[in-house]
Design a protein around this ligand. Sequence first.
Ligand SMILES: [Zn+2]
Ligand SMILES: [Zn+2]
Length: 676
Amino acid sequence: MCFQLFNVAEVALDLPIQGTLTYKLPGWMLERVKPGCVVRVPLRKKQALGVVLQVYQVRQELQELKEVLELLDEEPLFSDVELRWYSWAARYYMHPLGRVLSTALRPMLPFLARARTGKEGDCLTGEEPCFAPPFALTSHQSKALEQIVPAVCQDRFEAFLLWGVTGSGKTEVYLRAAQAAMECGKQALVLVPEISLTHQLVREFKSRFGECVAVLHSRLSKGGRAAVWEGVRQGGFPLVLGARSAVFAPCRKLGLIIVDEEHDSAYKHEEGFRYNARDLALMRGKLSPCPVLLGSATPSMETYCNARQGRFRMLRLPERVGGGSLPKTQIVDLRRSFKAGGKRCVISPPLEEAMRQTLERGEQVLLFLNRRGFATFLLCPDCGHVFKCNNCEVVLVHHLSDAALRCHYCGWRIRALPVCPGCNGTNISDLGVGTEALELEVKERFPEARVVRMDRDTTARKHAQREMLASWRKGEADILIGTQMVAKGHHVPNVTLVGVILADTSLNLPDFRASERTFQLLLQVAGRAGRGERSGKVILQTYNPEHPAVIFSAGEDYESFAWRELALRREAGYPPFKHLALIRISGPREETTSQAASILKHTASTVCLQPGPVQWIGPSPAPISRIKGRSRWQLLLKSSSRKELHRSTALIMEEARKKLPQRVILSVDIDPQSFL
Ligand SMILES: [Zn+2]
Ligand SMILES: [Zn+2]
């Protein structure tokens, strides 16, 4: 007896379903279709594009199977390594594989469509690498390269942490390592947190490697982006530079991945497929295989721990190039200023004095207003007391609607009292200070000075930010007032004073990483002072002068900070000691969503029996409890075992999906970075 064999293809489609679909292959297509190819298939009454995962034979013809309609390109769009990597990402982040693949497929579609109609794409191809004459390296830079370059040449996966203080010459190490990859005929992929904030790094790569560099930025048109991606896939660009989504760039000859400022939360994509580009880069390096170089002056606790425990190799650049001295930091205790002046001031007397001296010397002042996220905490300006959750070690969020303070991890709440439990003071306040108010105060005190304010309002116009920074660099302004966007890599030698108006805002975010983020931000902004010949000064105003993030950033003492922070994390059970998954639900009505939250809670209690390997906390309303008319709740899962965490999270999601009301949306965030 003989069976007839039928050929079928397993296809991943851009659909909100966990699995894949199976289609019959017409005979003529059989020899041509390979895993990684893009095909057009019928889907209900429409058609859709999908990626072939595998081709195999079945014995019985399954009548209900539909046939693949079209093969878009015989050359697979995704390599085997890429398919394995995307499959891993889909499993790890619990996101449908078809959706994950479409993240990479979408930018290439215009090109595919063009190829199909037979028209030539205006594909950009790079010229031969033209390297600028190298200049002398410091001994630390040489030592770092001696470790990285062999891994690049031998196609060996290894994760490196390049840990260097600001101004220690990390960029030169990136450039040389990338050059080594290019000289071996391979591609280097460079990730940066935000293209618009890293002009200088982009410029340095462009001036060293010229036309070899493909920059993937959001201003590219659809067609332009497709052409660049196709150029990258064909190997036309030996060097690819971009923000987080560039991690999906189709480099076929990957020899090195560099992740600059690896600690930056901009690497986390915060909607749909919630990936962390740094972690995806590490897995891509492992599968490719090729080395991955993570760079930072203030590594994330996760990366630092990995390096300390020997999973990543630590490369240190402990000195500034040219021996420039680190800026001196003075902490100003606002509690005392407040008492002395009577009226709460934005610019304390020591800061005002330092500004005056700096301006008299003809040098520039940078005033940094820390406005990360949103400020909804309460603080006692007399003693610096903030209200924290007893269970979770995070700051409580102030809700005006019911005058309550609430923990957004576990839901614990207390009434907001007008009297400080620390000192019985009655000045408890939310410390709202805006850039505009600051600008007014500056102009009032320094009427002669030329002041520029850089925030979301003043930089809304296209190129406004670049123009402002250019005039700042040329010395056409004396005082620059800005938010986060001024903290990153703009080297202006004439800036010798940096004033941090209020260090506390980010310190009191309802997030267990609040200290770490503040420490990173403060060190980064301090690095703006005195980059040239002259030494710089930093004045840091705060109501919490004893806070470790403040003290250790003032002393540029990363190790002491990390040591303390890690001890706290271990005790409270946070990463890197425990892994987290955040299940979010959102619904149009408050009532429906809170009912859904109880269902979620019940599901969690049946899946994760206590005590067990996975703990769950909540559900509680999200700190921003309504976005775009939807009310939001969240449930946090914790475990020291990734395997158990994934298993339980998947089970809870599956069970909850069956029971939740229709209009409630359920989503999961693995390794969450934001809890807002
Ligand atoms: Zn107090
Ligand atoms: Zn709590």
